[in-house]
Design a protein around this ligand. Sequence first.
Ligand code: 5GP
Ligand code: MG
Length: 183
Amino acid sequence: AAGRELLSASDVGRTVARIAHQIIEKTALDAGEPDAPRLVLIGIPTRGTTLAARLTEKIEEFSGVRPALGSLDITLYRDDLRSRPHRPLERTSVPEGGIEDALVVLVDDVLFSGRTVRSALDGLRDLGRPRAVQLAVLIDRGHRELPIRADYVGKNVPTSRSEDISVLLSEHDGRDGVYLHQE
Ligand code: 5GP
Ligand code: MG
């Protein structure tokens, strides 16, 4: 079943553009501030990395400044690694110029317990010491188990634990859209 539509294809596009504007506004990226931090977007594979790449394009389009782009596989940093099914490691790519003293925006598709983000913070520690770290997610579905919140949220979706959200992105799925499924 296709599930209930939460975001149409055009909603996904508008939402990514809105988050790009919010990042520019919050970081005063276009204000020409001499000691403004260098902006680095780091996606959590797979779809977080794709969203980070799209945000990079939009931020450049709207502000004229192109953020550095990287991705961070968090598999090795999960505290529940042993209880999860084995899966191959995803790519980690360190952004050009590293993350030292940068403003890092972590990007993921869905925020749930917060454990992935906690792991990503551990992973960042091995790459350097950013000036600050923020979080952008397309969907916040609630059920946090850690004191973690997102700075930029595409859509808040109250869910039950038995529900599941599919995030379709054209780069992977042939089209954009977000759907809610009952397991
Ligand atoms: P957390 O670690 O916060 O519990 O879960 C977030 C991670 O698991 C994200 O990387 C996200 O891709 C994935 N995830 C958790 N719940 C869902 C969901 O309902 N749908 C999708 N597509 N991914 C989810
Ligand atoms: Mg994920």
